[in-house]
Write a protein that binds this ligand. Structure first.
Ligand SMILES: [Zn+2]
Length: 295
């Protein structure tokens, strides 16, 4: 019965995926989204590039999720990534978080970090009652934040703070680490990238929102191991990307850049410099610039 239910659920998910894929084919932004996905999939050495879609929210699925939920290793890998179709492109750095779930699906980082701290886990588990499965899920979420930050730079934390923050209020979903901890992971990665001012800014926003220290998170002991996984990634963000993005933002509408991390950060900086009344029209203009440069 369980297997029958599970199979039915998967068939329904596949049907929904097919429906979203059909609709995405008519979205004029798909070409740019596909370029962005392929660029990062190549950099991360995916055997087959993920298929990007415009869905109702951000998510990732594919062969790795069969292993996670059913214990099955499919012979051929495949990946599907969805971005929220209602979001303008400057939120697309969130795609990197979803791509990281796929990348981690081929590796053993979550298990090895959990195993390494097994003693702490049993000790903490007694106090907090979160089980190993929840701990592993939280480690994976924080890893995806760290990887996304390393791959595309500060535009990921800014997308997170402005988009995902409101969507997942702290404490409601037990599978996610606290926002404050997630921010500390991203800021630590930015420190490692020598983007100290950006790291300070991200922490400042986190501190202003929450008084609770990041060390209160049950998996706080995993932070060094989470951040150290980024040392295995290709370096795609240029040194001092924030200085370069600031220069590009100053003249964005006339001379942008095709360097993806710089382009996204420049758009965030451009919007950050505007009066709130100017933002709606600027969103349309920056969206066009991103599409033009990535395509
Ligand atoms: Zn996630």
């Amino acid at each position: 019965m369980w297997l029958c239910d599970t199979t039915l659920t998967w068939l329904l998910i596949q049907h929904e995926m097919f429906r979203i894929a059909q609709a995405s084919a008519f979205d004029r932004r798909w070409r740019a989204l596909n370029r962005l996905t392929t660029y990062y999939a190549n950099a991360l050495d995916f055997a087959i590039p993920p298929i990007p879609l415009f869905g109702h929210t951000y998510f990732s699925t594919g062969s790795f999720s069969y292993y996670k939920t059913l214990g099955l290793r499919l012979e051929k890998e495949y990946y599907v990534l969805s971005v929220d179709k209602s979001d303008p492109p400057f939120f697309w750095p969130i795609l990197l978080h979803e791509l990281s779930h796929c990348w981690l699906g081929r590796r053993g980082d979550v298990d090895s970090i959990s195993d390494k701290h097994l003693d702490e886990i049993s000790e903490i588990g007694d106090v907090t009652r979160i089980n190993r499965a929840t701990i592993e899920k939280r480690i994976e979420e924080a890893l995806c934040d760290a990887i996304a930050t390393y791959m595309i730079g500060p535009s990921y934390p800014y997308s997170y703070l402005n988009r995902l923050w409101a969507r997942f209020p702290a404490g409601i979903v037990p599978e996610y680490p606290s926002h404050r901890f997630r921010i500390e992971c991203m800021a630590t990665v930015l420190d490692e990238m020598k983007l100290y001012e950006q790291a300070r800014n991200i922490r400042y926003i986190g501190n202003a929102k929450f008084s609770e220290p990041w060390q209160n998170e049950e998996i706080h002991w995993a932070i060094d191991d989470i951040v150290s996984v980024t040392s295995e990634l290709p370096k795609l963000v240029v040194d001092e990307v924030d200085i370069e993005a600031n220069r590009v933002a100053y003249n964005l509408e006339f001379s942008a850049t095709r360097d993806i991390p710089t382009l996204f950060l420049a758009c965030w900086m451009f919007l950050g410099n505007l009066e709130s009344s100017e933002v709606p029209s600027a969103i349309t203009r920056t969206s066009e610039i991103i599409l033009r440069e990535i395509e």
